[in-house]
Write a protein that binds this ligand. Sequence first.
Ligand SMILES: Nc1nc2c(c(=O)[nH]1)N(C=O)[C@@H](CNc1ccc(C(=O)NC(CCC(=O)O)C(=O)O)cc1)CN2
Ligand SMILES: Nc1ncnc2c1ncn2[C@@H]1O[C@H](COP(=O)(O)OP(=O)(O)OP(=O)(O)O)[C@@H](O)[C@H]1O
Length: 221
Amino acid sequence: MVQGRKHATAQTGNTLCHPPSMNTLADIRTRIREWRRAQSPAHVRRTSLLIAGRCIDAGWLDGAARMAAYLPNDGEVDTTVLFEYLRERGRTAFIPLLRKHTLWFGPYVGPAALRPNRYGIPEPAIDGRMITDARELDLVFVPLVAFDPRGHRLGMGGGYYDRTFAFRLAEPARASPRLIGLAFEGQKVERLEARPWDVPLDTAVTEAGIYHFPGRGSASP
Ligand SMILES: Nc1nc2c(c(=O)[nH]1)N(C=O)[C@@H](CNc1ccc(C(=O)NC(CCC(=O)O)C(=O)O)cc1)CN2
Ligand SMILES: Nc1ncnc2c1ncn2[C@@H]1O[C@H](COP(=O)(O)OP(=O)(O)OP(=O)(O)O)[C@@H](O)[C@H]1O
């Protein structure tokens, strides 16, 4: 930790350390979103390929009947390869769809069938009959702004993922859908203050490796 110098930022291993004044969740969100947007497109492409490759090599996509992932926005890890992997195998992936304050999921059938949501992020332009409930998914690749070694996640601040997957907290023995955060190593922080509604990740994947968070539920005997 760098003390006494205003706004100083030090790097210890791959975990960014900051003076206490920079550590509120809102500060972390602002700082890491800036960091994410400052990465070069070539770097994002290369590291995203590594991250997607880890997910495919782990067998997660082959093992899940229903997979959802996000369309990248604001410098997030690029998920294109994950969608291509399923499409080449004749399978449909799901992407999030905002309905009031929660997420539903719609089939991703290509860019033509999309429209921007209220935040400008493309989502499926489909009718209600094709919408899938979060409970019907086996695996969800989750976007995030920051994560910590306990699996806590900081998102864009809308509370959408926490509200949508609150049933994972309410039903601790339930292991699906598996929530896998995709992030660059620069999004890993020492500690995120936990709020009661936070739904932890099961796993996070960065270009440096796979982090397992054997948390509540599946870890208990
Ligand atoms: N790629 C992706 N899709 C996603 C999410 C995400 O984090 N990433 N979401 C995860 O929940 C949901 C959208 N959640 C969001 C919540 C807040 C803001 C937000 O505050 N954006 C602004 C303000 C823009 C505006 O209001 O027009 C910003 O960029 O500052 C964006 C998305 C669903 N889809
Ligand atoms: N399960 C829940 N029930 C009711 N309100 C919730 C729930 N989860 C989150 N919220 C509300 O959403 C707001 C934003 O939550 P938070 O800051 O954790 O979002 P986030 O995880 O960063 O965003 P996102 O999931 O959209 O990426 C909180 O102030 C909280 O009031």
